[in-house]
Design a protein around this ligand. Sequence first.
Ligand SMILES: [Zn+2]
Length: 203
Amino acid sequence: MKICLACNQRFDQVTWTCPHCGQTPSLKEGYLAFAPELAQASEGFEAKFFAQLVEVEANNFWFRSRNRLIIWALQRYFPQARNFLEIGCGTGFVLSGIERAFPHLTVSGSEIFTKGLEFAAQRLTHAQLFQMDARQIPFDNEFEVAGAFDVLEHIQEDTTVLGEMYKTTFRGGELYSLFPNTLGYGVKMMNTVIMFAGIQRKN
Ligand SMILES: [Zn+2]
């Protein structure tokens, strides 16, 4: 279901105009923007780095290996998944790999910077892209899999984000694939964040 961030009501329809209060999310650079005030500035990541990222990602062992790992995990643990949301999709490198590997999967990507979405749109063929603050995700019980890759450890309110991701996924399953930067974050830290987010860890 969709969530109206203006009145916090849930609704289930194709369009984003809230049937309860009439609010429609704005557009920023052509993308649905759920937190437009944050679309061009942040403390953790400079939007100008996106252009540099695009240059190195395709031929870099780290990004290529990480894509293989993510695709393997999706095939191994979520072979029946019909939709997938990536939080913090950046330039869309992960999503482009997922699109190729799972042509029938409905793919969505969110990014706080519209600049990242511009690069992502060039790489992707059918993903739905939108600008969003991961601390306030406008979905409830909507996606079978939600992933955030090297994202959580850069967000101060990581517990909030994890709780929001949990909220967006279908109830009753192990519906996550998370690969934080373990050098800076660590398994112990991850477990603590999961605990505070009120999520039961299965593996
Ligand atoms: Zn509303």
